[in-house]
Design a protein around this ligand. Structure first.
Ligand SMILES: Nc1nc2c(ncn2[C@@H]2O[C@H](COP(=O)(O)OP(=O)(O)OP(=O)(O)O)[C@@H](O)[C@H]2O)c(=O)[nH]1
Length: 367
């Protein structure tokens, strides 16, 4: 990809000679982590869609492009009436700069997409989402009346973006309202690894009928669905690895660490203040082995384990880092609408038979 970068290169601290990399090398790696159970989930997803009143697509705020899956757009386009809401998760890990949110707003306006940000574990944030659901339910009810199957929302998204955590938080709020004090079991399994949920769930009730509404609100949890190789590329695979949306061991940890370094240097080019790795403000480097040496706690720790430790730390708790270079590079030519259309074009027709056959015949899962 050729990137046309605007000529306003800020100087990082007092190191005037340092130039970050604007492109990342294409190391050898698989370009997708698409699996058989995901094809099955897609078929169920498509079948369930006509019964749905809303699709809630979760994406990781640190990688708004990489965790956007056009497979969902392709399926949802067939159902014109269904409302779609994008929920960016991990708000708590988001960079605190206003321009980023401004950029996101502009992008979504281009497509007329509604979005909110939340931390799936934060009660206030999750209550706000519940209010949106209740409001939509109320609107529908006042216009159309009673829904015998209740108001239904399908929760979708890439693996590990927080779907099950969000459902559990919504359930906890509901449970505390109706069953004060008594313990209850989590309904959706959660975990730090991609692919914890492997089957589409039964309907999960999150509100009861009350004086304002006769419709109950239900959610349906789905397994995380990755992108087929034809809409993926090296940068995307690396971004997804850093978010935890593909299996950790698919991409060499040194490549992941190097990609993180590439992103950090680009980020410092924009912000110019944060100590993202040892010496990043006064002696920045593009050499990952140099950074790993700086990070090593003792001589016996090897480069690979240092890389794993460092990327894990950022994947799980790293605050203020963005994993999509398109967000960090001030590229005037970038258009969100064109990006999405380009992805849809690359995806082409979604043929499940084709996907299943290619999965069977291709151990590298690249298709
Ligand atoms: N910091 C932070 N962590 C979160 C948030 N939401 C979820 N997590 C964590 O992210 C990890 C993955 O969450 P899950 O809810 O299992 O993700 P999922 O989308 O259901 O995953 P799959 O089953 O693989 O599709 C868990 O360790 C959660 O605790 C959030 O908003 N902020």
């Amino acid at each position: 990809m050729h990137i046309n970068v605007r000529g306003t290169r800020k100087i990082i601290s007092n190191v005037s000679s340092f130039t970050p990399r604007y492109e990342f090398p294409k190391y050898s790696m698989p370009l997708t982590d698409f699996k058989g159970h995901q094809v099955k989930a897609l078929k169920t997803f498509e079948k369930l869609l006509p019964q749905m009143n809303m699709i809630i697509e979760l994406r990781d705020i640190r990688a708004p492009l990489s965790t956007r899956n056009v497979v969902f757009d392709r399926i949802a386009r067939k159902e014109h009436d269904v409302m779609k809401l994008v929920v960016y998760t991990r708000k708590d890990l988001m960079p605190g700069n206003k321009p980023y949110i401004g950029k996101l707003k502009n992008w979504h306006e281009e497509l007329g997409e509604k979005f909110i940000l939340l931390d799936c574990r934060n009660k206030t944030d999750v209550r706000n989402l519940l209010k949106i659901l209740e409001w939509q339910n109320y609107e529908l009810e006042t216009n159309g009346g009673y829904l015998p199957m209740g108001y239904r929302a399908l929760i979708t998204g890439m693996p590990n973006v927080g779907k099950s955590t969000l459902i559990n938080s919504l359930r906890t709020i509901f449970h505390n309202q109706v069953n004060m004090g008594r313990k209850f079991k989590k309904v959706a399994k959660t975990g730090a690894e991609a692919g914890v949920t492997r089957a589409t769930s039964e309907v999960i009730r999150v509100t009861s009928r009350n004086t304002e509404s006769r419709n109950e609100i239900y959610l349906i949890d789905t397994p995380g669905i990755g992108v087929p190789g034809r809409v993926s590329d090296h940068n995307r695979m690396l971004g997804l690895a850093l978010c935890g949306s593909v299996k950790n061991n698919l991409v060499d940890p040194i490549f992941q660490a190097d990609y993180l370094l590439y992103l950090m240097n680009l980020q410092n080019l924009n912000d110019g203040r944060t100590e993202l790795y040892p010496g990043s403000t006064n002696s920045p480097t593009n050499d990952i082995y140099d950074v790993l040496r700086r990070l090593q706690v003792n001589k016996s720790q090897n480069e690979k384990s240092t890389a794993i430790e460092w990327t894990n730390k950022w994947r799980l708790h790293g605050k203020g880092i963005i994993f999509d270079p398109e967000v960090l590079l001030n590229n005037d030519e970038f258009s969100y609408k064109n990006y999405v259309n380009d992805q849809l074009e690359k995806l082409g027709d979604l043929s499940y038979e084709g996907l299943s056959n290619k999965l069977k015949g291709n151990p590298n899962q690249v298709f």
